[in-house]
Design a protein around this ligand. Sequence first.
Ligand SMILES: [Zn+2]
Length: 254
Amino acid sequence: MKISKIILYDEPTVPQIQLKKLEKFISETFPIKVETRENFFQDLNESDYKEIANTRIFDLKKSFQIHNPTVDEINIENQNKDMSNKEEMTLYDGFELLKTISRIITTDEKALHIIFTNKLTCTFDENDFRYHARVLIGSNPVIISTTGAVEAPAKPKQYYLDLMTDFNKERIDEIKKKYKGEFLEYDDSRLSEVIEGYLLQAIMYYETGDAFCEHKKCRLFNAHWQKDLFFSQIENKKLCNKHQKIIKELTNQV
Ligand SMILES: [Zn+2]
């Protein structure tokens, strides 16, 4: 394998990630040393926080333009507040954020750096001229957005239709209750298992240049629906034959 070491950076506001469990999962799957570190976004310089705040996006239908952040916006980055409880979500341009992260990681450590964050990372799609939420960004370093795992794969169509027909708070809570369990929520205990799949995708992408599989019965399946995400990562929880073989070859188990 190209990598011999992976460094996982925690997102302390999302304990459901269960970093130690993920560390175990990787070392059981690959002959790779795993190190866990604290939140990547803590104890940075003021200028780093400003640069991160620069990558915020406000208009989903316009490609990236550098944002001039307010002092408050810079401070939010500094305190790394829990954004999952906020009604309004902050969006970031995933590739711009990745550039900043790459610049900050200056060590020549030969490792794959995987950064967990609750920031919602989005990428601009030139085909439909709008931003889309994404879970995985980059190759090394890689961002895995836990908010992305909740927000990027779509919820059942009927859920959106139900929401559209009613806007009052009470009714919205009722609708959320009705669909409970059908999609990931912020405090979901299944998040760690779902993230295992994204970790596999990140590692495979770095090793082979190919992250995804077209088969739902494979943990490398790129789920666009929450329902498929649950199927691939929780119900089925296996790799397809082809990818089992590729991983065996990568790890010299053949
Ligand atoms: Zn596969």
